[in-house]
Write a protein that binds this ligand. Structure first.
Ligand code: BUP
Length: 461
């Protein structure tokens, strides 16, 4: 008898950085691993980018079963945070008790559940009685996973200490891994912040899951993965299974207007600049970046964001970067404020460098395309990820740039971009990372990983 098809339910979280890897994993499970997939979405999203992409995803994969998860009303004024994405994590978490009856009512019995890491604390316990394997999808680097898993212990020590300068000496995870204070996501310096209480609770509940799936590259993070699985980060962590880098789906391509401009540019001549879907630089920093681009002497494709949430973004490109800049830049580059086909851009032969905020999806996409990066982290997990890029030889990182630092001037930016675009060593190393990443991508969670992931899926039948 043929074995029954596993039916996997996926529970993503809020923000494109969290949704995107779930789309890619859903596509993988459906098309390559012969699974039925149920995709759980909330009735409301924070950004338009999320609702638009969910709609395109579901129409591209009619075989995927959508479940609408209706959230209970949540009074966000009581929470110690104003970040709309963190508040949405909380709103979803507070409805966690409604998920078990919803899954139990599925006409096709669910055989496994994959939960976004930001929802682990609430949904791992809330689904215990379903007696299903529950996996966490960790949506950042393995180095960041190390911090996430270790942080509850560090916070407990810090809470009981008299020292008011918490994490003064950084977080010493083991002899070979110390996270300096300046790399910590800023909210973590306040143990009462909503993000911090969520981060601690999620870190603790990783231990109660059946395994942690992660979209990273062995070539960049082999040592960290080894340490995580050898109990050298925390004891009792379930298996950490690298399934990456997850590859973008065709439906993500959308419109390709910037691509036709790229078609007219020489190979490796264009630097691409984007700080992801939820980071807006201050206006004075935007102006300095513009100045730096002109001074770099390289052509550029620059995606700007003015507001954290796209629905609030109203000003035109000219108002943000200045009319004078637009005039000066017209022969050198393109500045856009629309959603672009980032993977299409990074795959384009004309693109030779990427100035990135180091969101993990962006990093893995650049690795898949062999594009060297200038890391310019802006918050959250991004300094930890910048370190992965730098030590993997995939890019440059000026540690003093970014949060807590001063305004970075155009001259300095221009020089670094020039260095990025002209460093042959980086290009060779990036090409090697690409080759390795594509090998894995072809077999999907390939090589040794393929076996690991396949075995797990076999167990879900
Ligand atoms: Br902006 C933008 N087009 O115009 P990250 C982003 N993306 O395809 P983030 C586009 O969104 P977190 C655009 O390729 C990547 O897959 C991009 O995720 C895509 O950063 C994704 O890089 C953005 O992880 O999320 O959005 O800041 O903060 O959660 O890392």
């Amino acid at each position: 008898d043929p074995k029954p098809q596993p039916h996997v339910a996926l529970l993503p979280s809020s923000g494109m950085g969290h949704l995107t890897p779930f789309f890619r994993l859903a596509a993988l499970l459906t098309t390559k691993y012969n699974c039925r997939v149920t995709f759980i979405t909330t009735s409301q999203t924070v950004s338009l980018a999320e609702s638009n992409s969910i709609a395109s995803f579901l129409s591209a994969f009619p075989e995927i079963i959508p479940i609408n998860f209706n959230l209970l009303p949540f009074d966000s004024t009581t929470a110690n945070s104003t970040d709309p994405f963190f508040l949405q994590f909380e709103a979803i978490s507070r409805s966690a008790h409604l998920i078990a009856p919803l899954l139990a009512s599925s006409s096709l019995p669910v055989s496994a559940l994959i939960i976004d890491v930001t929802l682990a604390a609430s949904f791992v316990p809330a689904t215990a009685d379903l007696h299903l394997p529950r996996y966490i999808l960790f949506t950042s680097s393995a180095k960041m996973l190390s911090l996430c898993a270790y942080f509850p212990a560090a916070a407990a020590v810090s809470e009981s200490s008299e020292d008011s300068d918490i994490f003064r000496d950084g977080i010493c995870i083991n002899d070979s891994l110390v996270i300096p204070k300046s790399w910590l996501p800023l909210p973590l310096l306040d143990l009462t912040n909503l993000f911090t209480t969520q981060f601690i609770a999620n870190g603790e509940k990783l231990l109660h899951s059946d395994g942690i799936l992660i979209s990273t590259l062995d070539d960049l993070e082999r040592d960290t993965l080894g340490e995580l699985n050898a109990g050298k980060i925390v004891n009792g962590l379930p298996p950490v299974i690298p399934i990456g880098p997850l590859t973008p789906c065709d439906f993500e391509r959308g419109n390709g207007t910037q691509l036709s401009w790229l078609d007219d540019q020489a190979e490796n001549s264009v630097v691409y600049i984007s700080f992801g879907s939820r980071t807006s630089l201050p206006r004075n920093q935007i102006r300095e970046l513009g100045d730096g681009l002109l001074k770099s002497g390289h052509k550029f494709l620059w995606v700007i964001k003015d507001m954290k949430v796209d629905k609030d973004d109203e000003d035109g490109v000219e108002e943000i970067v200045g009319y004078e800049f637009i005039e000066k830049a017209k022969d050198y580059g393109l500045v856009v404020k629309t959603w672009v086909d980032q993977f299409g851009i990074l795959s384009h032969p004309a693109v030779g460098g990427f100035v990135t905020h180091c969101g993990w999806n962006s990093v893995t996409e650049a690795a898949l395309c062999g594009v060297p990066m200038l890391a310019w982290p802006q918050g959250g997990d991004q300094r930890v990820n910048a370190k992965v890029i730098e030590s993997g030889g995939m890019g440059l990182w000026v540690e003093s740039w970014g949060w807590g630092g001063e305004l970075v001037k155009g001259n300095e930016i221009g020089m670094k971009i020039k260095e990025l675009m002209e460093d042959e060593g980086l290009r060779v190393r990036a090409a090697h990372v690409k080759k390795e990443a594509r090998k894995v991508g072809k077999h999907v969670g390939g090589g040794a990983h393929k076996l690991g992931f396949l075995e797990i899926i076999e167990g879900w039948k």
